[in-house]
Design a protein around this ligand. Sequence first.
Ligand code: 6PG
Length: 240
Amino acid sequence: MDTKTTHIYKDNPAVAAAFAEWLVDWLKGRQRTTIALSGGSTPKLLFQLLAENYANQIDWSGIHLFWGDERCVAPNHADSNYGMTKALLLDHIDIPANNVHRIRGEEAPAAEAQRYGQEIQSVVSAVDGRPAFDLILLGMGGDGHTASIFPHEMHLLEEKEICGVATHPESGQNRITINGPIINHAYLISFLVTGSSKAEKVKIILEKQAGYEAFPAAHVHPKDGITHWFMDEAAAALLS
Ligand code: 6PG
């Protein structure tokens, strides 16, 4: 049974504030936590908020940060999800360097996908023989993609490899992504989706309207079956 729990707030700042509170509460009492972060622009406010208001409220020593996907660029490139996260969050919190597991976007894609999969396997605790993240944070593109699983590469939802190489449909930019089976093997998944450009796909996916299966974000359902959708009113505007 795939339960989707929606959390809807006025605007992106309110979504970031609510998710930060939810995250801090969820982390309470946890000794060791593995989290895969989303990239793109939506999480920027959340990362800034965590850095400004929660840097000392979270014990980062027990948290291992990964990325759900990364653009195949150097870490100091404007497109780098790691570079963005470093500037907004990592440089402002006391997290051990060994707890930050970046995808090396500067490396050859296929080799890095394999290497990163091995890194995940060596750090993330296994359930039924496969790495199970405690939490995966995901965004959704206006085309219904999530992580870097795009509608033209649906096979990445089923690949047995932990990570795969994706290609952005417009730019052709290579991406490394965690593949669907590992995303869905996580204990907890939360989408962070804001803005009116996402509203149409949010409606189609959450209400399972005709054709919803064509969108990768529709195929996300973690092991214990709960997927949280943190959204602003603009992204949720078309929901019944
Ligand atoms: C990335 C992301 C991607 C993102 C969506 C939404 O590397 O871009 O991981 O899946 O979450 O494309 O992007 P925005 O937050 O910029 O709308």
